[in-house]
Design a protein around this ligand. Structure first.
Ligand code: NAP
Ligand code: ZN
Ligand code: ZN
Length: 349
């Protein structure tokens, strides 16, 4: 089926309206009419070839929500009319140790929702800035939020799970003091989720203007990270830091804030690397530097259910498809509170 999408033909070209095709649903497939798609900074990194290996045409978008329109004969968990989501993963090998553990995000053969390998035309996957998508049911998530919150639930599919998974893995909860660095799409979800898990949350931002808003998101304290005195006030006090910053920056001032045995986990994936940290900042207090990538399918469902139960959604600004290029420029300036979401109905016009 031919449908409308928004994507780019080259790294230096703006996104524009494209016609793309989707396969007819196979026996295990779910066909979804996309209502909304969140705009992740990874979309920008990929479509502008800031990461290696971008294939064109590139249709980004991996924070997809919508309604099921058809299912294959062997689909058992979904039926037409269901509210569902698709995140960053649309396939994996399904038999390696990672897949067996429900950690498809770490499968060597994980297929990304865009720029992944597929037999479908044009030979690589095309993402959620589109009217419709067809996905194997294993990689489809159920949305239990009320329909009125559907657009604001879209960013949970990447920003939500990418912050939820490390917070859970490093056992964040009551009695923990947790830092969230960078208050963008990921960071604002990290603040909400860490707060809901019962931690004491300190938000670190380069933008003084986000101070009050960060408190409203659930931060107990807000630190402007360029202010050395504000940073020093938290020396050796944090159990865990979730660093979501999308650009290379000096990691060392953050290590100084970790307690003995504390961990800083990087989820931000800048186009050029951070400078290597000073080893003594790690050695002195047995501190760890770690990374984490999105989350597996079962954990994504767990996160969605946790968010539905706690009334958690993203703070969003809705855009039409033809506003996406301007939205990218604003995202680069940190000028979004806190996630753009594309109204995919606007692709039809
Ligand atoms: P975003 O909305 O643009 O937020 C990034 C935030 O980082 C900004 O709001 C800003 O926060 C801070 N920042 C940006 N440039 C900075 C700089 N030069 N120095 C210091 N702080 C800066 O991006 P996002 O969608 O949250 O994504 C963040 C990063 O995570 C991207 O690199 C993305 O590709 C990556 N990502 C990784 C995964 C994964 O699985 N690991 C998944 C999704 C996204 P303040 O204004 O508060 O300083
Ligand atoms: Zn993303
Ligand atoms: Zn696998």
């Amino acid at each position: 089926m031919t449908i409308k999408a928004y994507g780019a033909h080259a790294a230096d070209k703006p996104l524009e309206s494209l016609d793309i095709t989707r396969r007819a649903p196979g026996v295990h497939d779910v066909q979804i009419q996309i209502a909304y798609c969140g705009v992740c900074h990874s979309d920008l990194h990929q479509v502008r070839a800031e990461w290696a290996g971008t294939l064109y045409p590139c249709v980004p978008g991996h924070e997809i929500v919508g309604r099921v329109t058809a299912v294959g004969a062997h689909v058992s968990r979904y039926q037409a009319g269901d509210l569902v989501g698709v995140g960053c993963i649309v396939d994996s090998c399904r038999h390696c140790a990672d897949c067996d553990d429900g950690l498809e995000n770490y499968c060597d053969h994980m297929v990304g929702t865009y720029n992944g390998s597929t037999a479908d035309t044009p030979g690589h996957t095309l993402g959620g800035y589109s009217q419709q998508i067809v996905v194997h049911e294993r990689y489809v998530l159920r949305i239990r939020h009320p329909e009125s919150q559907l657009a604001a639930a879209a960013p949970l599919l990447c920003a939500g799970i990418t912050t939820y998974s490390p917070l859970r893995h490093w056992n964040v909860g009551p009695g923990h003091k947790v830092g969230v660095v960078g208050i963008g799409g990921l960071g604002h979800m990290g603040i909400k989720l860490a707060h809901a898990m019962g931690a004491h949350v300190v938000a670190f931002t380069t933008s003084e203007s986000k101070r009050d808003a960060a408190r409203a998101l659930g931060a107990d304290e807000v630190v402007v990270s360029r202010d050395e005195d504000q940073m020093a006030a938290h020396a050796q006090s944090l159990d865990f830091i979730l660093n979501t910053v999308a650009a290379p920056h000096d990691l060392n001032p953050f290590f100084a804030l970790l307690k003995r045995d504390g961990t800083m986990t990087l989820v931000g994936a800048p186009a050029t690397p951070h400078a290597p940290p000073d080893v003594f900042n790690l050695i002195m207090k047995r501190r760890s530097l770690a990374g984490s990538m999105i989350g597996g399918i079962p954990e994504t469902q767990e996160m969605l259910d946790f968010c539905a139960e706690h009334g958690i959604v993203a703070d969003i600004e809705m855009i039409r498809a033809d506003q996406i290029n301007g939205a990218y420029e604003r995202m680069l300036k940190g000028d979004v509170k806190y996630r753009f979401v594309m109204d995919c109905a606007s692709l039809a016009v």
